[in-house]
Ligand binder design. Structure first.
Ligand SMILES: [Zn+2]
Length: 677
């Protein structure tokens, strides 16, 4: 590791359209913060950069929904998340934002460099355009009828009623959500990053050169590279983002995936005039901390941009984590299934270190992992309180009781004493080895082993029993115990910064170098220590019950929302009903409608005639399996053209609240054309 002069640590830029939850913290920001704090303690030259990712359609969409500007959306969440990070001790050197001017300059500068070098491919493709509003429409800005479930308010990327993912061109009767008018197809020009062209470089760099990366990261990269890469659009038509810095590119901005990682460079420029030494000097070791959903962007796409740019270094490592679940269920913003940092701060004020501890001890380093409140309580009460806190408290209190708060000198050492003193530097060494390999759970276990060592040493030597008969021996025991406390205040700092600072205050030591941890003479005899307090408090059953009932209420709410059948429609007259001519018919043939995912073209023998019906059921049924089935069909529905096919009638389907579809068929075979009434 000595070949690098300095470190550049980046943490994934959180998207500024929602608050931060424990999954983010466990996956990215706790490991990156532990690592950075460790490097700082070792006196290495390091900066840690992060910031809000503030562009993209979800932000403009949220703004439109709430009737505010995109800037107001990102201002709100930028401030909220910046403050949460600060309160949890995530010690960025800068927390910037991609709506800053310096980022516009950096991102458009890099686009221009690649453009001038002829790296981009230019392509013209048709896209929906709103003639009234005079703008191209991102998928989210188009609504229409879902071809699968007939929901009239499905979006161009997804139907929220039946959950199917859609293409904007799948929608029946599409309309713009901006003006309400029907959009038209219009050609639009965009620039693409030819990832396929960089494949040889990426293969050599990753598959040959990065075999030491975590298996989950290396494996995902290999899978992408094995499947072959495609050019990827770097621009889109939107009015929120970094404008494409070219003539005739009005209304076009950089695609958010292109501009966001460049935010790391912008943040570094904002932090220091010497930014180039962090980004362009091969003596710098760059490490990206991210979650697994970001692997492709940080290992394939961003390195391709940097490589094409020509003068930038590439990441040395990308220790991505897997996902954290909550109480055996996937963390979900839309289902509100999460522990939000701003809520934790309200419920457990001043106890940020406990969450840091639990999330590190349980980090999803090699596989998805589960956070449970019971485990949170157990780890706090049985580990932080019973081992670490208990040991420190006893050592400090006994020193005050017996020696007026001054560190007593050591006398003759027993074999046990020597063993304990000899173990301390070994623990520090193990911890370093784990951290250098991004094994944070293991590293934390080592740190706690030092507390365990001290706690057991006191329990075994029982100074409170032998003080009367052998006070000299007690001097030695407490001296050694206090040396352990001092080392603990150093090596736990990356994990538990608040508690480590308090412990240093109790011991009255001030800052100590990392390399001193494990030393048997960190505290000199006669040094006056302060009065301690409890380092950690128990988490009560009541506190845990409160959290669990909060989650149960969320779950109930979600289930209720789901099983709510649609309300009964208004009454109609019998005449109204009998106006509908529903008959039995048989599906004679069925085939998929070309270039759609959902549509089947059915030929139905209605007994009266043979007719064509287009039905949005292709995702639920194979053409072969429904051919020959008897169904119910509304035969006097006004014909309409769907994808150029005249659809004459509608097949009756029953749909449950999950969007599952079944045919409404006669229970027994009956003559085609029979009236359903
Ligand atoms: Zn639908």
């Amino acid at each position: 590791m000595t070949r690098f002069k300095r470190y550049l640590i980046t943490s994934a830029l959180p998207y500024a359209n929602g608050p931060i939850h424990i999954g983010h913290l466990a996956g990215v920001y706790i490991p990156s913060d532990i690592y950075t704090r460790y490097l700082r303690l070792r006196q290495r030259e390091v900066i840690h950069v992060c910031g809000s990712d503030e562009h993209g359609v979800p932000i403009t969409f949220k703004a439109r929904q709430e009737g505010i500007t995109p800037q107001q959306v990102v201002d709100r969440y930028h401030e909220m998340n910046r403050s949460s990070f600060e309160k949890f001790g995530i010690s960025f050197d800068i927390y910037s934002r991609t709506s800053n001017k310096i980022h516009y300059e950096t991102a458009s500068g890099i686009f221009k460099t690649l453009y001038d070098k002829g790296e981009f491919i230019e392509k013209t493709t048709p896209q929906y355009f709103d003639e009234e509003a005079g703008q191209f429409l991102a998928d989210r800005y188009i609504q229409g009828t879902c071809p699968r479930c007939d929901n009239e308010n499905a979006y161009g990327d997804q139907c929220e009623k039946c959950g199917s993912s859609l293409n904007a061109t799948d929608l029946i009767n599409p309309r713009s959500t901006i003006s309400g008018s029907a959009p038209v197809m219009r050609d639009t020009r965009h620039w693409f990053l030819p990832l396929d062209k960089y494949e040889p470089f990426l293969k050599k760099w990753i598959l040959e050169g990065k075999k030491h990366w975590k298996p989950n990261v290396y494996g995902q990269c290999k899978s992408w590279l094995d499947h072959g890469l495609q050019p990827r659009a770097v621009s889109r038509d939107l009015d929120w983002g970094v404008p494409v810095p070219l003539e005739d590119a009005e209304g076009k901005v950089l695609y958010v995936w292109f501009d966001a990682p460049i935010g790391y460079i912008s943040a570094t420029r904002e932090l220091t005039a010497e930014w180039e030494k962090y980004w362009k000097d091969s003596d710098t070791r760059m490490i990206h901390f991210i979650g697994k959903d970001n692997i492709v962007f940080h290992c394939i796409v961003f390195p391709s941009i940097l490589h094409a740019g020509g003068s930038y270094i590439l990441p040395d490592n990308v220790p991505a984590n897997e996902f954290l679940n909550l109480e055996n269920d996937k963390i979900s913003t839309s289902r509100n299934w999460a522990v939000w940092l701003h809520e934790y701060l309200e419920d457990f004020p001043g106890r940020q270190d406990v969450l840091r501890y639990v999330l590190c001890a349980n980090a999803p380093e090699t596989k998805d992992n589960d956070f449970t409140w019971k485990d949170f309580q157990a780890r706090n009460n049985n580990e932080l309180v019973a081992i670490y806190g208990n040991f420190v408290n006893r050592a400090i209190v006994l020193t005050h009781n017996y020696f007026g708060g001054r560190v007593p000198g050591r006398g003759d050492l027993t074999d046990y004493d020597l063993k304990v003193l000899g173990t301390m530097p070994v623990i520090r060494q193990n911890l370093e080895d784990s951290l250098e390999q991004f094994r944070f759970r293991e590293a934390l276990r080592e740190a706690m082993n030092l507390a365990r060592l001290g706690n057991k040493y006191l329990a075994d030597t029982e100074p409170w029993i032998i003080f009367k008969s052998d006070p000299e021996r007690v001097k030695t025991i407490l001296n050694i115990s206090l040396q352990i406390c001092a080392s603990l205040s150093v090596i736990t700092e990356p994990f538990l910064p608040d508690s480590a600072a308090r412990l240093k205050e109790f011991l009255n030591t001030g800052e100590m170098e990392w390399d001193k941890a494990g030393d048997r003479d960190l505290l000199t005899a006669g040094h006056a220590i302060g009065k301690g307090e409890l380092l950690f408090e128990k988490v009560t059953d009541q506190e845990i019950e409160n959290q669990i009932s909060k989650l149960l209420a969320t779950k109930e709410q979600n289930v209720k929302g789901k099983s709510n059948l649609p309300p009964v429609k208004e009454n109609i007259s019998y005449e109204g009903f009998s106006a509908m001519d529903i008959r039995t018919g048989t599906i004679v043939s069925a085939e998929k409608v070309a270039k759609t995912k959902k549509l089947l073209k059915l030929t139905i023998d209605t007994g009266i005639d043979t007719r064509t019906v287009v039905s949005g059921i292709a995702e639920c049924f194979d053409p072969e399996e429904i051919t020959g089935m008897q169904v119910s069909i509304l035969v006097n529905l006004e014909p309409r053209k769907i994808r150029g096919i005249d659809s004459q009638g509608m097949i009756l389907m029953a749909e449950d609240t999950d969007g599952k579809l079944v045919f409404v068929s006669p229970a027994d075979k009956i003559e085609n054309g029979s009236v359903v009434k």
